[in-house]
Design a protein around this ligand. Structure first.
Ligand code: SF4
Ligand code: SF4
Length: 93
């Protein structure tokens, strides 16, 4: 699942416009926040972000034991399989 590297987010909200799932990504205090409960991991937000602030799960330090979780409550491993049954355009994240 994607996560937002807040220091790189400049608050342009382009990702919000690009996201096909209403509410999956929202602006809060000038930063984008992803609701992993409804995010489908389609990758659109990652494609459009001009600062590459949205990163794949594999780069999330909170999920690699380098930091504390961000309160998502989502377990590591969910969504890690390729394809997820949708087959097309999925990234390896
Ligand atoms: S597109 Fe990138 S820089 Fe713009 S609000 Fe979204 S995460 Fe932040
Ligand atoms: S991966 Fe797709 S569903 Fe999830 S926040 Fe980004 S654009 Fe929205």
């Amino acid at each position: 699942m994607p996560w937002v590297r807040e220091e790189q987010c400049k608050g342009c909200a382009i990702c919000v416009d690009a996201c096909p799932i209403e509410g999956a990504i929202k602006m809060d205090s000038g930063k984008a926040h992803i609701n992993n409960a409804i995010c489908t991991r389609c990758g659109k937000c990652m494609e459009v972000c001009p600062t590459n602030a949205i990163r794949p799960n594999s780069e999330n330090p909170a999920l690699r034991g380098l930091g504390r979780g961000r309160g998502t409550g989502m377990g590591y491993g969910r969504g890690q399989r390729r394809g997820m049954g949708r087959g097309r355009g999925m990234r390896d994240w």
